[in-house]
Design a protein around this ligand. Structure first.
Ligand code: HEC
Ligand code: HEC
Length: 291
């Protein structure tokens, strides 16, 4: 009996040691994924200096960037759970605590299209998989504006993760949040369709904005990444939108408020852009709600 208890005790100890080793292994893997260095030479891009380009860049930033980096681009708390991780969307301006003064044109392209920060580390949560498709025109205008944006003095927290946070990351609990790992950095640049009320341009807007993140891979409904959010509804003609017309869509986007659906961002789109998105949604196969 004594012998058995002894073996049992050793077994439990062994198991604990093994668990600790596995935990450290996983945590180490997560750290090396987050702190790895990506050596990416981004494609050259001309940054238009005109006043019009800067104004258009400001509008695009209000659609695509302000939700996380703030309306003044001075940065905001994005995820703050001291038991898991602290990740701020940094201050993008040249003010104190901002990264603007350090960024070269190539650094901006690398961060936005490739999800790699100016120190070479992959960015966490920053949705570059969507921004990868930005046309040279749109990206050039966004960067023209970023370089001009009024300086905001606001400090951001450095990114930090706890052991538990790294374990959950390694176990895939948060999904794919490191876009630099997903993007094919060596692929030929996709050609962006010219602006216009076309299905192709509507798809470009839906892809760069990332409607699929919450409305599912086929836009037939999906899970918003925020665990507290309601499911993203079906946007194909098989859902409620099947009974809408273009005007109902525009009115809905321009007038509704929601804690979850970024209507506030989409209302900066022009009527032409929203009509293109509507045309694209209408072109999708009518699918039943999924997700
Ligand atoms: C869903 C939220 C979200 C959106 C939308 C978003 N970002 Fe970010 N961004 C982040 C987060 C979070 C970080 C910090 C990531 C980290 O520290 O790992 C970040 C980091 C960055 C960086 C840091 C690069 C560096 O060198 O450190 C730049 C530049 C940037 N974002 C630009 C933009 C621009 C421009 C847009 C709009 C086109 C945008 N972001 C939209 C969340 C977002
Ligand atoms: C961050 C997550 C998120 C993103 C990104 C997002 N949506 Fe939504 N959307 C939601 C959620 C959640 C709802 C349902 C809750 C609500 O309406 O308040 C919703 C509702 C809607 C509705 C109303 C549907 C109805 O049945 O009344 C429309 C239309 C819509 N989204 C279109 C879009 C389009 C088009 C895009 C991309 C250009 C998009 N959404 C991007 C989360 C998102």
């Amino acid at each position: 009996m004594k012998q058995m208890i002894k073996w049992f005790g050793l077994g439990v100890c062994g198991l604990l040691v093994l668990l600790v080793l596995v935990a450290f292994g996983l945590s180490w893997r997560a750290s090396s994924r987050l702190n790895g260095i990506y050596d990416i030479t981004p494609e050259a891009l001309s940054i238009p200096p005109s006043v019009d380009a800067i104004a258009e860049g400001r509008r695009l930033a209000a659609i695509y960037c302000a939700d996380c980096h703030g309306d003044d681009l001075g940065g905001a708390d994005f995820f703050n759970d001291p038991t898991l991780a602290v990740v701020d969307a940094p201050n993008l301006t040249r003010g104190q605590g901002g990264i603007g003064a350090q960024m070269t044109d190539a650094d901006w392209v690398r961060a936005i299209r490739h999800g790699v920060g100016h120190e070479g580390h992959p960015l966490f949560i920053m949705p570059s998989r969507n921004f990868y498709s930005f046309s040279d025109d749109d990206l050039g205008q966004i960067i023209a504006y970023l370089k001009q944006a009024s300086p905001v003095d606001r400090a951001a927290n450095d990114r930090s993760t706890t052991l538990l946070g790294r374990l959950l990351l390694a176990a895939g609990v948060f999904g794919d949040l490191i876009d630099a790992e997903i993007i094919d950095h060596a692929a030929a640049r996709p050609t962006a369709p010219p602006p216009g009320v076309t299905v192709e341009y509507g798809k470009y807007l839906a892809d760069t904005f990332g409607c699929r993140t919450c409305h599912g891979p086929q836009l037939a409904g999906g899970k918003d990444p925020d665990p507290n959010a309601p499911p993203g509804p079906n946007l194909t003609p098989g859902g409620k939108l099947g009974a809408w017309d273009e005007q109902a869509f525009l009115t809905s986007i321009r007038t509704r408020q929601s804690e979850w659906m970024p209507f506030d961002r989409l209302k900066h789109m022009t009527d032409e852009e929203l009509r293109a998105v509507w045309l694209y949604l209408q072109s999708l196969p009518a699918l039943p709600q999924s997700g």
